[in-house]
Design a protein around this ligand. Sequence first.
Ligand SMILES: [Zn+2]
Ligand SMILES: [Zn+2]
Length: 331
Amino acid sequence: MYSVFWSNMADSQASSELRWHPLLRQWVAVASERQGRPQLPEDWCPFCPGSGRVPDNYDVYLYPNDFPAFNFENPPFSPETGLFKTTGARGACDVVLYSPNHRQLPSQLGAAQWGKVIGLWTKRTVELFSNPEVQYVSVFENTGVAIGVTMPHPHGQIYAFPFIPPLIQRELESASLYLREQSVCLYCRILTAELEDSRRVVASNNSFVAFLPFFGRFPSEMQICARRHVEGLQQFNEAELGDLASLLDVVRQKYDNLYGFPMPLMMLVRQRPARGEHPYFHFHIDFLPIQRSWTKLKYQASVESGNGTFLNDTRAEEQAGLLREAEPKTH
Ligand SMILES: [Zn+2]
Ligand SMILES: [Zn+2]
């Protein structure tokens, strides 16, 4: 019964649109039908085997978002901008189901399961990159009620954008400028310095390093950076993919063990844009947690949301020490 209800809800949506914000010079996706997302009953989950919405047997699964902000069925995207300008929110919004087990936390998946999740990220990235309308593929996860996640079933998401999102654009410009001026990759330079300093390094293996950036905006903000200068998921070899899975597993366990409960966080896989050459870009994963102490959350209020300046109440050096000590210890 709920399955039929969900299906009707999902099929009845109108298309979403992009509106140009002339003051900030960026696109805003307006998808008002997302307000119609149903409050689901406690005992029914569309992501669980048996729901009728997913295969009865799956390990990891790519599920098309029922309420997508970006959709390939929307009218085409035009990059032309102007006052009161709208265009089609063409693209994709997928849900990546990490496990068939409804109650399993991302920190309980284990390295082998993370390996399968990474395999799905890579496969979908390749597919989306082959579509000439796609400019950027963002792989990410929101986790925790405090972040606003309505579904406890372990999952992440993949958005395909018809433009390069503004924060990615800014990072690309910084990295491109640094390479031009210093003749070295910005990320490689930071990674070398973090390894030499070592106070902010949390865990590492042969192919990846997890550290709390000196300049972190969020409490316990972490970056997993590839040791090799690689631009995207598709370029990793088998050994590197295995190392990424095992470091993800370690980091997620450490986060949940830091305060003894699941850490509300955003995880963003940063890869090169779908089109063009980006030799200055270097693959990394950003973790943006919002828990700033055992009892306190960090909100994005006026200074952050309204002015774009972040106030971080924690010091990366101290938080890195606590995260190094949190289980599992790898040093
Ligand atoms: Zn479920
Ligand atoms: Zn690099």
